[in-house]
Design a binder for this molecule. Structure first.
Ligand code: SF4
Length: 205
């Protein structure tokens, strides 16, 4: 018996029992990489794939399967990862962004899209007894971390918890790191943000 190894496993398990539980909203596998690497030392993370904005459905499923695969394949002594999926209800997204269909990426439609996804993440976190919630969205160079964090903080205040963990995962080369880690896990990297509007804009370029 390797006592050193056993002791190490026991210590790691004991430490992980004291970690807080974090529900991490994830838009896809590649964006989850940097966030997870920075969070799993401190938290027991559940990756929460809730993205009714993503279209078409095959694309939604493909991104979900890749995010799930990352969670299943990423084994580090200090990580304690799990995966959960939200409801895929595109009609809820289209209702939330009604009238904003022609907004450019990064505009008012995206703020509604962030809010929708963060509200549901907070609701599930509350319902399932998580200590905090957070999102991978801030790793994208195309997304305004301040705006995302303002929405998350407001949701936390309105609902009285759980705690929203503000982030800016693109800092300290976070986006570059996500590309490296995506390569390591051979993850599919999409070419458009997620909704049909962003897909159409991308196709026109
Ligand atoms: S461009 Fe991206 S963030 Fe904006 S509404 Fe579409 S999916 Fe949501």
């Amino acid at each position: 018996m390797n006592f050193n190894q056993n002791l190490y496993i026991c210590i790691t398990t004991a430490m992980s029992n004291f970690k807080e539980k974090l529900l991490l909203h994830a838009c896809c596998g590649p964006c989850s990489t940097t966030a997870l690497e920075r969070l799993f030392e401190q938290y027991r993370v559940t990756v929460f794939y809730y993205n009714p904005n993503i279209a078409p459905q095959e694309e939604y499923i493909h991104r979900k399967e890749e995010a799930k695969r990352l969670v299943n394949e990423w084994h580090e002594p200090s990580n304690d990862l799990s995966f959960a999926e939200g409801n895929y209800t595109p009609e809820v997204f289209y209702e939330a962004v009604k009238g904003l269909e022609n907004e450019p990426e990064g505009g008012a439609r995206c703020l509604k899209c962030f809010e929708l996804r963060l509200r549901e993440t907070a609701r599930i976190a509350r319902e399932r007894g998580f200590d905090a919630f957070c999102t991978t969205l801030t790793v994208s160079p195309h997304k305004n971390a301040q705006a995302i964090n303002d929405i998350g903080t407001l949701i936390e205040k309105e609902a009285g918890g759980p705690v929203y963990l503000p982030s800016n995962f693109k800092k300290q080369n976070g986006y570059k790191r996500s590309i490296e880690l995506s390569g390591r896990f051979n993850l599919y990297r999409q070419h458009y943000c997620g909704c049909l509007f962003s897909k159409n804009t991308c196709n026109k370029k």
